[in-house]
Design a protein around this ligand. Structure first.
Ligand code: CU
Length: 616
């Protein structure tokens, strides 16, 4: 276990309490600068600083990390594996009133400002209501009941206690849906969180006005209709006759709050959930199609994250000014700290998601009581992000930055009566990134959850060794333009893209609809420490080269075709993009949500004609 032992002294505790007051007041980092509470190098003024902390952090050096010698994250002790991992509830279709319409229904209280662009092209076949509201959750029986914000199925009058992860969507290609998203969050935030929200479906092929972009936020007591066509990329352009490119099929998506400047707080407070997308091959029935383990019995979504709890009150704690990135010292799966999960001795599909806020993880299966044992279930990686790989790959481990997903098939056959951990062995000591990618020895990492293997059960799923999925979409088209983006750290410890900060009023460049572009992402790592999981909305990309060489087979499995590019320290990666079907504003940003809020994010447009800015 990687528990932090620093004991808070009186001065430190006073500083901590003052910082909590700032967060509670709902001030963004920009507000702090305006109020003069931040120094020119981005440090909080003295009263808010713990003694002897922040030694080197700030400015262009990028060194120092978070709180050397002073650990604000110093949670109370908890006994591991006391509770079973829950599975979030599933939303059920309803009939909305008033009926959804293409234009924003401002009179009825809708916060949307743009008309749905594909409302009649892909008429919705199902309607869902979801309500964002405060609720309670037990994250561990030895900690007090926590106050969360979450997504609960239903309207404000029917929704019950929300969960985090929130209610799951089970969607199908060819079946467009409409989700009415009600904001019932209070101004009183109980410590952190802002009740102005925008919900992003990551990484749906979604028209811009339904994408949940960072600047499309809406206020409390309003609703927002999201139209999700659930279509394959290419459906209105390159593969129109085939109903889209089947090789662009996605499976494991998720949704989360994306409010500019406040994403980290709001997601940390619980505003996130799973969105599963099936089709005629990935059917959810192990008797048909690719014959992947059946949903929901043997196909399990798991959200992983890490959190800090107040050392005195045991309540969930968020530190606005840990600007390198927040690392928790409690490790959760589906909202429980270190849970166990009973499985039958057969194959399962686990849809793993890392919601951060800032940690990179690399999970290994480790035998309980015998960490170095090689007698353990086979694990097949079958996807990276939303995309199934061309075929399953037998792996020892898999790595995920924030917002990345990996689906694995684990075969527990023959292991009845034994238990295995998902052990995170990637070493990370501060928010900047994993420590040079160093992997700890078996048994030296963090046991985030435990699988307890029970009796055998019938298994109709295919042997992953014999399975094939989709081919990779073609990347032979010539790009219209190559654009370069440099991810760096600027004055005041703000994170920049091409030396600029996020600004909702500034659309940085314009992509031509139905064109191909090559994007060069450069991690100007300022000393080689920073890692950035870069997320680009709307279209999946493919990696053309890493540091000038074609990606290796291993690199392709980890990072080949994605919606989040794990831009590790000092690397340069070239990406292939097509932009099809819909238009409007979309963001590119770091998904270390602390970096994102401060302010490594930009907005681009997809429009009928593009511009020629090579370093926007
Ligand atoms: Cu980053």
């Amino acid at each position: 276990m990687h528990l932090l032992k620093y004991v808070l002294d009186k001065r430190a505790l006073a500083a901590l309490r003052r910082r909590q007051e700032i967060v509670k007041a709902g001030l963004s980092r920009r507000d702090l600068i305006k109020l003069g509470l931040l120094t020119s190098t981005g440090m909080l003024i003295k009263e808010f600083r713990p003694p002897d902390a922040w030694a080197q952090f700030g400015g262009g050096g990028g060194g120092g990390g978070d709180f050397q010698g002073f650990r604000l994250c110093n949670s109370p002790a908890t006994t591991p594996f006391m509770e079973q991992m829950p599975i979030p509830p599933v939303n059920v279709a309803t009939v909305l009133s008033p009926a959804p319409q293409a234009a924003p229904n401002t009179a009825a209280g809708e916060g949307r400002t743009l008309t749905h662009q594909a409302f009649n092209t892909f008429p919705f076949q199902k309607q869902y209501a979801v309500t964002q509201k405060p609720g309670t959750a037990v994250m561990h029986p030895q900690l007090p009941t926590q106050d969360i914000w979450g997504f609960a199925a239903g309207t404000p009058s029917t929704a019950g206690n929300p969960t985090a992860p929130g209610v799951t969507y089970v969607a199908k290609y060819g079946e467009p849906i409409l989700v009415r998203n009600y904001n019932q969050l209070p101004a009183a935030n109980g410590g952190f969180g802002l009740n102005s929200v925008t919900t992003h479906l990551h990484n749906g092929h979604t028209p811009a006005e339904s994408d949940g972009g960072p600047c499309m936020f809406f206020g409390t007591n309003k609703f927002y209709d999201h139209h999700y066509p659930n279509v394959l990329a290419g459906v209105l352009s390159t593969h129109q006759a085939q109903g889209g490119d089947i090789n662009e099929a996605m499976s494991s998506l998720w949704y989360h709050d994306h409010r500019v400047d406040f994403t980290a707080q709001n997601v940390y407070k619980g505003l996130h959930g799973h969105y599963l997308l099936f089709n005629q091959f990935d059917t959810g029935d192990e008797g048909t199609g690719f014959r992947l383990p059946s949903y929901p019995q043997f196909d399990i979504p798991i959200t992983f994250n890490d959190k800090c709890f107040d050392p005195q009150t045991g309540k969930l704690f968020f530190d606005l000014n840990n600007i390198a990135g927040i690392l928790g010292d409690k490790f959760l799966a589906n909202g429980k700290i270190q849970p166990f999960f009973p499985v039958a001795a057969r194959r399962y599909r686990f849809r793993c998601l890392n919601t951060g806020p800032s940690r990179f993880v690399q999970f290994f299966l480790t035998k309980v009581g015998d960490p170095t044992s090689t007698q353990k279930p086979k694990m097949w990686q079958i996807s990276n992000d939303g995309n199934l790989l061309p075929k399953p790959v037998l792996v020892n481990s898999f790595r995920m930055g924030v917002a990345e997903r990996v689906d694995v098939v684990i075969d527990f056959t023959g292991f009845s009566g034994q238990s295995f951990y998902f052990e995170n062995r990637l070493k990370q000591t501060d928010g900047r990134g994993a420590d040079g990618g160093q992997v700890l020895g078996a048994g030296q990492g963090i046991n985030q959850m435990r699988f307890d293997v029970g009796a055998p059960a019938p298994d109709g799923s295919a042997d992953p060794a014999t399975q094939k999925f989709y081919a990779l979409p073609s990347t032979t088209a010539t790009p219209r333009i190559t654009r370069t983006f440099e991810f760096s750290i600027g004055q005041g410890s703000q994170w920049t893209i091409n030396d600029q900060l996020m600004d909702c009023t500034d659309t940085r460049f314009r992509v031509q609809k139905n064109s191909v572009e090559r994007w060069r992402l450069i991690n100007n790592a300022n000393g080689g420490f920073w890692w950035h999981p870069i997320h680009i909305h709307f279209e999946e990309h493919q990696v053309l080269s890493i540091d000038g060489h074609a990606p290796s087979a291993t690199e392709l499995i980890q990072n080949g075709r994605k919606d989040v590019l794990r831009l590790e320290a000092g690397t340069t990666v070239d990406l292939f993009f097509r932009f099809r079907d819909f238009q409007g504003s979309y963001p590119m940003h770091c998904h270390n949500v602390v970096h994102e809020d401060h302010a490594m994010l930009l907005i681009f447009d997809i429009a009928a004609t593009g511009d020629n800015q090579t370093r926007p």
